[in-house]
Design a protein around this ligand. Structure first.
Ligand code: COA
Length: 162
């Protein structure tokens, strides 16, 4: 049996993954807010432009979609001055617990630092606190939205150690 390795690709190199990426993000975070899949697909397509930001990463095994993470200009209405953000982190349910989430988040962070950003941000619910702090994210602010949301940050000198 041939085992195909997990690859991390920029969405620009594998635009065929834009549709599954949009569908997962829409289902996870937008469908119940009344946003259409077409609106999310248009946002995902912004990752295909030549500008440095936004960009999206896809973890895949051959042509099988496994996970995604993005680096975007803003992700937190309460903290508009902070940028950029790692966002839309999603691992397919059957692929979880194998280190793919950690790998794609850290790769997104390293690629953001390679663009010259010294500090990057991420917001998540308290249930994800351990997942992010274990890979070097530091809690910057708790309960930023009055509903428990945590803002994390990572600095490029810390990321060099993870
Ligand atoms: C959260 C999510 C991305 C994790 O992906 P994953 O591929 O299962 O994570 P990994 O296998 O890389 O886990 C890395 C480590 O974090 C740990 N971990 C995972 N979730 C955790 C949590 N909620 N609290 C503490 N530790 C956690 C894992 O046990 C693992 O530890 P280990 O390295 O000691 O074994 C995935 O469950 C997911 O897509 N969930 C739904 C969408 C979501 O919530 N996205 C995040 C939005 S902020």
């Amino acid at each position: 049996m041939t085992t195909v390795a997990v690859t991390l690709s920029d969405l620009r190199a594998r635009p065929d993954f834009a549709a599954p990426m949009a569908q997962r993000i829409w289902k996870a975070w937008w469908e119940d807010k009344g946003t259409t899949l077409a609106q999310i697909a248009a946002l995902v397509d912004d990752n295909l432009d030549a500008e440095a930001l936004p960009f999206a990463l896809i973890a895949h095994r051959g042509d099988a979609f496994l996970a995604t993470a993005s680096v975007i200009v803003s992700d937190c209405d309460e903290r508009p001055a902070l940028s950029p953000w790692v966002a839309a982190v999603w691992v397919e349910p059957q692929a979880r617990g194998a280190g793919i989430g950690r790998a794609i988040v850290l790769e997104a962070a390293h690629r953001a630092f390679a663009l010259g950003f010294e500090t990057i941000y991420l917001c998540a619910t308290p249930q994800r606190r351990g997942f992010y702090t274990a890979m070097g994210w530091e809690v910057l602010e708790e309960n930023v939205d009055g509903d428990g949301l945590i803002v994390f940050r990572m600095q490029s000198d810390v990321a060099a150690l993870t």
